[in-house]
Write a new protein. Sequence first.
Length: 265
Amino acid sequence: MNATNDIRYTVGQVADIFQVTVRTLHHWEQAGLLQPAERSWSNYRLYSDADCQRIQHILIYRATGMALADIRVLLDGDSSGIDHLIKQRETLINQQQELADMIAAIDILMEDTVKKQPMTAHQIGEILRQANFAEYQQEAEDKYASSDDWKVSEERTKEWTANDWLSVRAQFADIDAKLVAAVREGIASDSSAAQKLVEEHRQVLSTFFPVTHAKHFILSRGYIKDERFREYYENQQEDLAQWLADAIAANSQANGVDPAACIWE
């Protein structure tokens, strides 16, 4: 029990003070982020003023969008945490740009003519937030125009409107966010959880043409070999490109693909 005159707060009192749930406080404890100063004779959690100060810091860092694991490292480390804050600031700036891009996409959707007519490559690039989309589209056409998959993709997308492309962008944003979270949480690339994610990724890609496990594996090689793809994923999360390529490789092999003899089929 407390041998000093320091005030001790119950978990309910702390929850009321900081407007968080008791469940949140328990979750932080399980994550190793917050440990109550002591327990009562009845084994109830009791928090000290120092604990409350730590909670205040946690809430401030959480308000920046920082992951709990990063907050724990920051609070328990010897440094001022400036590197974490700089990195988080960069993340927030990127999010700010994404919001601006979303607003621009909404402006496009508000134009009746754009809503009702097929999109140009330039307009699709604006919707997808890919400034070089028209260039990539031409490059892909030069390489694959005679392939069946290219023809399928062209047939599926030729009548798409801004709403359709915005829906596709939302699907990619959703799976990308899940992949980023997997890397941050330390999920192994050969785990069942990773397998489930890359299957979802494969299904999103199949919006354009049927992506088999063999095709998925071949595409994934580009994520680490093509600087444009690598940059796309690395800008979202460090090591994401390699993690995704490894996860797809593991999933493809689990589904009968031989990496050494894989062909596009």
